[in-house]
Design a protein around this ligand. Structure first.
Ligand code: C2E
Ligand code: CA
Ligand code: CA
Ligand code: CA
Length: 279
């Protein structure tokens, strides 16, 4: 018995050690990676499912590691949120997006707004709004071109600071989208008081449940309530035509998800913009 316990602990120690080493490696390498340009935006297109128009895209970070290849955000974002590095990575991402928007404009491509993710940590930065406005000014971009995604759960903590920041951003003509709507605790009731331009409803929180009548009704009710409050809903994580058709049938036309496209490299997204031009 003693022996098998010994082994279990040894195994536990090993896997713990591996995770800790991996995390330590990420923390050791993040500064260099930022300077070295290893954090790159991928773009996931967003569509109006009624007319097929490309209406925008979400910029999602990938760490293009020289040895490990593309690393997904779930491996490093939680660490960066804990040690605060997220704020520098986010600002870097926003600037990369602004640089690309400037290039596309200079190339004469038709532009669509790009949504960037704003971590809950960023909200506490007193210079957040100023920094974003400076970026838009630096690249001479109109404020409608950058959409800011703030996760729903941020709305439930320190609501006052968040509401002030969001109000200020919107006053300057920036759209704010509530990310991951339906994942947490916010009630539809809260929507009356919360300043936001679009609700992003993640279909993955519902799984295949929307097929069952009750959940389908809930989804339907959410979209109807949002519509009554004049809040457009963008469904994300749409994986099948069946889901897309159902969403359309309940009046939710804005969509993003693997059914349309995975997040793609910048070159491929540029090809989509060029294609939009010739259509
Ligand atoms: P999110 O903001 O909710 O982004 C949507 C995630 O769902 C992305 O994962 C995207 O690749 C994935 N996705 C999109 N369509 C589908 C689908 O049809 N099916 C499934 N199963 N998944 C889909 P990703 O790129 O791995 O990003 C994960 C999370 O990391 C994001 O969730 C966001 O919270 C965070 N994140 C990504 N980039 C950034 C960033 O630049 N800054 C910050 N602060 N967070 C970021
Ligand atoms: Ca220029
Ligand atoms: Ca997002
Ligand atoms: Ca989301």
């Amino acid at each position: 018995i003693k022996d098998s316990y010994g082994k279990r602990y040894a195994w536990y120690d090993d896997s713990m050690r591996a995770t800790m080493l991996e995390q330590q490696e990420i923390l050791n390498e993040m500064e260099f990676a930022l300077k070295d340009g290893q954090f790159v935006p991928y773009f996931q297109p967003q569509y109006n499912y009624e007319n097929g128009n490309l209406i925008g895209a979400e910029a999602l970070v990938r760490w293009e590691h020289p040895r490990k290849g593309a690393i997904l955000p779930c491996k490093f974002i939680p660490l960066f949120e804990r040690n605060g590095f997220i704020s520098r990575m986010d600002e870097y991402m926003w600037e990369q997006v602004c640089i690309l928007l400037e290039n596309w404009r200079d190339e004469g491509l038709p532009l669509v707004p790009i949504s960037v993710n704003v971590s809950r940590r960023d909200i506490y930065n007193p210079h957040l709004v100023e920094n974003i406005l400076n970026l838009l000014h630096k690249y001479n971009l109109s404020h409608e071109l950058l959409h800011l995604e703030i996760t729903e759960s941020a709305y439930t903590q320190n609501a006052e600071q968040l509401v002030n920041t969001v109000n200020l951003l919107r006053k300057h003509g920036l759209e704010v989208h509530m990310d991951d709507f339906g994942s947490g605790y916010s009630s539809l009731n809260m929507l009356q008081n919360v300043p936001v331009d679009i609700l992003k409803l993640d279909m993955r929180f519902l799984g295949n449940d929307y097929k069952n009548e009750r959940s389908g009704n809930v989804l339907n009710a959410v979209v109807r309530m949002a519509t009554a409050l004049r809040l457009p809903v963008l469904a994300e994580g749409v994986e099948t035509k069946e889901q897309a058709d159902f969403l359309k049938s309940i009046g939710c036309l804005l969509m993003q998800g693997y059914f349309f496209s995975r997040p793609i490299k910048v070159e491929n997204f540029e090809a989509l913009l060029k294609n939009k031009q010739t259509n």
